[in-house]
Design a protein around this ligand. Sequence first.
Ligand SMILES: [Ca+2]
Ligand SMILES: [Ca+2]
Length: 196
Amino acid sequence: MKKSARMLTFALVAFAFPIAALATVIDFSAVPAGCVSSYTESGVTFSATDGLGITANFGNGPNGTPGILGCNTSGNSFSTIRGTFASLFSGSVSVDMGDFDQDADVITLSLFDALNNLLATVSANLAADFSGMVTLTASAAGVDHVVFGGVGVEGSSVYSDNFAFVRGNAVPEPTTLALLGIALACLGVARRRKPN
Ligand SMILES: [Ca+2]
Ligand SMILES: [Ca+2]
């Protein structure tokens, strides 16, 4: 590999890798058995918005690993899930939600501030014959808590999994472009210094 190409590769890897490493992912594999009132991991506390608790006892979701749902202790009305940050969060939040092909669901991820003002929300429609999971992502500054889940025939009867968040710039594209520019500038300098 030419020296200039090595320098470009190094610059891209050195700048890109720390950005990717900042993502924190909670896969709910450590949720205790049974119905729990709340579950805390990586500075986020999850609970059911109806106060009845959450559970991973429904087993593997469509992605083949356990996800969480409301405890469904009130018939078929599954609760949406609330995730509360230990301190105000600014950045991007994502969560996978989905179901087996039993009913149509509308999945939603919403971000709120400490006064319960809606900061950002995103949703998607899952058809009745859809089996799988969809990742929803939203970003905002000063997030106190998020609410996610679905509305369907059986309430929020969707599996939620892989809650992930990245602190910092909610719109990383300009930074990435700037770093790419620096890398290309290094390549240009290397080419000028190298005699043909
Ligand atoms: Ca999982
Ligand atoms: Ca469902």
